[in-house]
Design a protein around this ligand. Sequence first.
Ligand SMILES: Nc1nc2c(c(=O)[nH]1)N[C@H]1C(S)=C(S)[C@@H](COP(=O)(O)O)O[C@H]1N2
Ligand SMILES: [Mo]
Length: 199
Amino acid sequence: MGIVSPGFQGRPRTAEPALPPGQYLTQDFPVLSAGPTPRVPLDTWEFVVTGEGGAEYRWSWDEMMGLPQETPHVDIHCVTRWSKLGTNWQGVSLDTLLDGIDTSARYALVHSYGGYTTNLPLDDLRGGRAWVAHTYEGGPLPAEHGGPARLLVPHLYFWKSAKWVRGIRLLADDQPGFWETAGYHDYGDPWREQRYQGD
Ligand SMILES: Nc1nc2c(c(=O)[nH]1)N[C@H]1C(S)=C(S)[C@@H](COP(=O)(O)O)O[C@H]1N2
Ligand SMILES: [Mo]
């Protein structure tokens, strides 16, 4: 028996293929941004959840750092066909942030500093599957990859993982975001190859 370090979340991969259909493996970390990289100072950074009725739940950077932190070890899949296996992050689970927010909303529209948006069912932000991530491979998340903090929703194509995340609007009805309006799939499950509308 070797030393098992706390937080190590390795799992056997023998039972399932690691790569979704049509994806190739990459070792580097491509940067894909639809616009310029916004620079967000930590002292003005905030994360806001807006309820259907307009109620706002806000966290400053320090408040976010004071919440319980998790260390997801996950595979990520971009719709442009690269996948990266076993990436290591640190951040706050959306379960933690949504805990105590009483809502019957079924959808979420995620907003970023810089104006990017993306939508997903609210349930996909629950169940230990989504984080506001601020640390990548042991260091602060670089700005080009979404720092100070990005959404991390690795079970969907990576365009759903909004960089420079600023907040989430809870909605009764689904509302498409930036890429979804441009023809990308509304849900974006890489295992079902839901790249574009109609897939
Ligand atoms: N705010 C914002 N978030 C974004 C994007 C973007 O253009 N702006 N691009 C998305 C797409 S298409 C992908 S594949 C990933 C890329 O993340 P990376 O640049 O860290 O690889 O971010 C997603 N999140
Ligand atoms: Mo992407």
